[in-house]
Structures are given as C-alpha cells and as structure tokens.
Design a protein around this ligand. Structure first.
Ligand SMILES: Nc1nc2c(ncn2[C@@H]2O[C@H](COP(=O)(O)OP(=O)(O)OP(=O)(O)O)[C@@H](O)[C@H]2O)c(=O)[nH]1
Ligand SMILES: [Mg+2]
Length: 423
C-alpha cells in the first residue's frame, strides 16, 4: 500500500497544486477530489483490462504455412481468416444452382445430456423402427393366412426401402420359417432379424487409417448428401485420436463449398488445401498430395464435387482425381467413401451402384438416418452391393457421425429381443 501511495505522490502533488492554486479550493476539499478521481481512474483501468482480455480474438488454427514446409505453389493456405471455433458460422453465399443450402457446421454444444449410445440411436432411428418393425408386429400379430402374411410383409419391406432383391431374400427366409409349421410371430421376427444381421455383416478390410501414410480418403457422392459435413465430423474424430489430418477442397464447384469445408477444418484444427473456385480439382489434389507427403500428414480427406461447371462427365472427372492420387502415392486412395443420403430411399441403391462401378467404392457413410423412415436402405446397399457401411450420420452435430455397428443398429431397430439383452 505504501508503495502505491508513494507511486501516486507526484500525481497527487500536481492535482493538489491545480485545485488549490488555480481553482482556490481548500486543503480538505482538494484532498477528497484527488482520491476520488484517482479511485475512479483505477476502476476504469481495471474495467478496460478485463474487457480487453474477454474480447481478445482466439488463437488461429494451424495451417500449411509452417515455415518448415517448402512453399507449395497453388496451395492457398496463408492468411485464411479461420473463424474462431465458437463463433457463429458466417453467412454462406447463395447457390449457383437450386439444391440443398450449404449448411455451416452447427455450433458445438458443450453440455449434453448423458444418454447411452443405444438410447440415442433408438431415438434417432425411431421412424425407421416404426415403419419396419411397428408394421411387422401389426402383420405378425394379425393372424393372417400364410399368403396374406407374405404379401403384407413384402409390402412392408419394399416400402421400408430395403429394395426389391433384398425384400425377396428376406421373404424366402420367412417362407422357410413358415414351412416349419411350428414357427409363430416371434420365430419369424427372430429369423428376419438374424437374416438382416447377416446381410449387414459385409466382409471387408477394416477401416484402419494406420495402414498407410498418408492414408488417403476420397469422399464422393451426389450433391447435398452430406459429403462436406461428414468429412468435418470424421476429421474431428481423427484429430481426437491425435492424427494429423489434412482436408482438401477438391469440390471447386462453388466458393461456398470451399468455405464450408474450411470452417470444418478450422473447428477440427486440421490442415487445409484449396484453390480458387472453379479451378481444376485434380490440381488441388496434386498439391495436397505433395504437401501431405512432405509434411508427414497421417490422413488426407478429399472432398469432391457432386456436380460440375462444365458438361464434363462427373464420373470421368472423379476418375481423373483418383488417378492423380494413385500416381503421387501408390495405393492411394486407400478408401473411397461414398456418402449416401438415407432419405433418398431406393434411389440410394442406384446411386451407390453407379459410383461403385466407376470408382470402386470401398465403404459407405449413410447420412440423415435421423428423422427418416427410409433407414432400411442400409440393408439393401449392404446386401445388393456387398459394400460395408463404415459410418452412419444421425444428426448434424460433430458427435452424430457414428461408426456403424450392425448389432447395435439391429438392437435400435428391432427393440429388445425375446428373453432380453445379455449384458
Ligand atoms: N439431419 C442430418 N442432416 C445432415 C446429416 N449429414 C449432413 N446433413 C445435412 O445435409 C445438408 C447437406 O450437407 P453437405 O455436407 O453440405 O452436403 P454435400 O454432399 O457436401 O453437398 P454439396 O457440396 O452441395 O455436394 C446440410 O444441411 C447438413 O447439415 C445427418 O446425418 N443428419
Ligand atoms: Mg459439399
């Protein structure tokens, strides 16, 4: 305290001189004025310091402008105005064509009600459950004759978007069960559950990013299915596992698409490679491959277009992008992930077939399973194309991308089996 008073002495003396000499105030009045004004100044100083600390912008995320890396021509990564992770996403540009609007990543909610994985999945898949199992229960409990039962079941399976072939396969299973005569509704339902389970268990190499460095993931799918959003969520998952991730904006169709990926990149804290809108996607990928190889990136995730500016065939463009990856790194891309929107229903199987024939898809991410009754499409895709479902999207938040677990999925859809769960 003495030190503070000593420090304030010169200020006190000069104000005292001013008040007494110029204004002619008495000694006691002048002293009161001095201490009041010094106190106010101190309070103002404290207030300004706190305000400055609270409003100070957050630290920028890391970018490719690391001085240890050689400058890569065409990689526009310096001075990217990355948004603060908790700032509201900026407004996005209007689309060049009609289609789903660009969705900036939703804000990260810090507090979430504790909910088990199964409960959450059940909640999100409730419409598919109602469409498939709710109706199934009605039919099985209705005491219909055998042929009526088969007809009704067929209708349920087809309208639940399992696809014609898959529905037929399942009906054969039901027929075999009915032929046993001793089978009732419970046995039929159990047989269906078992058969759907075996359809979902596709034999495929595991999704293991450690098998190559960098592990290159090419993400494809028609526009609006959730490619960019799924990439953002996947990047966050990988970053949480301490992987060095690079996101690549090879969907150059519109500026907003690049911006959207950049926001996700900022949130997850990944490297980011982009060119100008409308530039050649292959050139972006070439730069990204070079950069990731020189930096020792663990995982490179490439966002691609669902449509093009030119009349060029989308599949031909994507094949070219894929070739560039393989040319720069043998074996790349290590995973070609097809994003499929569950709400598309039956059409999703056709889309998947087209992409698979052109690009050799290695896995599926099925998005928007929340709020749709068409979740059965997952069974059709797995069964008809023999492609593994790697992840499912059950919402727009980061944590809404889930590794696909066939058993958990069945539990969520079918509900508790006879005799309860074995824990
Ligand atoms: N409800 C829900 N919405 C999702 C899910 N995944 C993505 N979306 C939403 O789907 C919309 C389209 O997602 P994008 O990631 O922009 O799709 P895209 O395939 O990159 O679209 P283009 O870049 O136009 O080809 C956005 O509004 C997303 O928030 C999901 O699992 N559930
Ligand atoms: Mg996109």
């Amino acid at each position: 305290m003495d030190r503070i008073l000593e420090f304030l002495q010169p200020a006190r003396q000069s104000i005292l001189g001013f008040l007494q000499g110029v204004l002619g105030l008495e000694q006691t009045v002048s002293e009161a004025w001095i201490w009041a004004s010094l106190g106010c100044s101190l309070l103002l100083l404290i207030y300004l310091s706190v305000w400055f600390l609270v409003r100070r912008p957050k630290t920028r995320r890391p970018t490719l402008d690391d001085p240890t890396t050689p400058v890569i021509e065409g990689v526009e990564d310096e001075s990217i105005p990355g948004p603060a992770s908790d700032a509201p996403p900026p407004a996005t540009e209007p689309r060049d064509e009609p289609g789903p609007q660009v969705a900036p990543p939703p804000p990260v909610e810090e507090e979430e009600v504790e909910e088990s994985l199964l409960d959450r999945l059940r909640g999100r898949l409730s419409k598919t459950h109602d469409q498939l199992i709710g109706r199934l229960d009605q039919i099985l409990g209705g005491g219909s004759k055998e042929q009526d039962l088969i007809d009704d079941l067929e209708e349920v399976l087809v309208t639940a978007d399992l696809g014609v072939k898959t529905s037929q396969d399942l009906l054969e299973e039901v027929q075999a069960e009915l032929d046993k005569k001793s089978s009732g509704p419970v046995e039929i339902k159990t047989a269906l559950r078992r058969k759907i389970g075996s359809m979902l268990e596709v034999r495929a190499p595991a999704f293991h990013t450690g098998s190559a460095k960098p592990f290159v993931i090419m993400v494809v799918g028609v526009n609006g299915v959730g490619k960019t959003t799924s990439i953002g969520k996947l990047a966050s998952r990988l970053k949480a596992l301490d992987q060095e991730v690079m996101l690549v904006a090879a969907d150059t169709f519109r500026a907003a698409a690049i911006e959207q990926l950049e926001i996700w990149s900022g949130r997850a804290g990944t490297d980011f490679v982009k060119h100008k809108p409308e530039s050649d996607p292959s050139a972006v990928v070439y730069d990204a491959m070079q950069a990731s190889l020189s930096r020792g990136t663990d995982v490179v995730i490439v966002d691609t277009a669902g449509r093009l500016h030119t009349k060029a065939n989308l599949m031909e463009e994507l094949k070219k992008v894929k070739r560039i990856m393989g040319r720069e790194l043998e074996g790349a891309p290590h995973e070609v992930l097809l994003i499929v929107d569950a709400t598309t229903g039956q059409n999703a199987i056709n889309q998947a077939r087209t992409f698979h024939e052109a690009l050799g898809v290695t896995g599926i991410i099925l998005t928007k399973l929340d709020g749709t009754a068409k979740g059965g499409v997952i069974v059709g895709i797995a069964n008809e194309l023999g492609l593994p479902v790697r992840f499912i999207g059950i919402g727009e938040r980061v944590e809404d991308l889930r590794e696909f677990d066939a058993e958990l999925f069945l539990e969520a859809i079918f509900g508790e089996p006879e005799g309860g769960w074995v824990h």
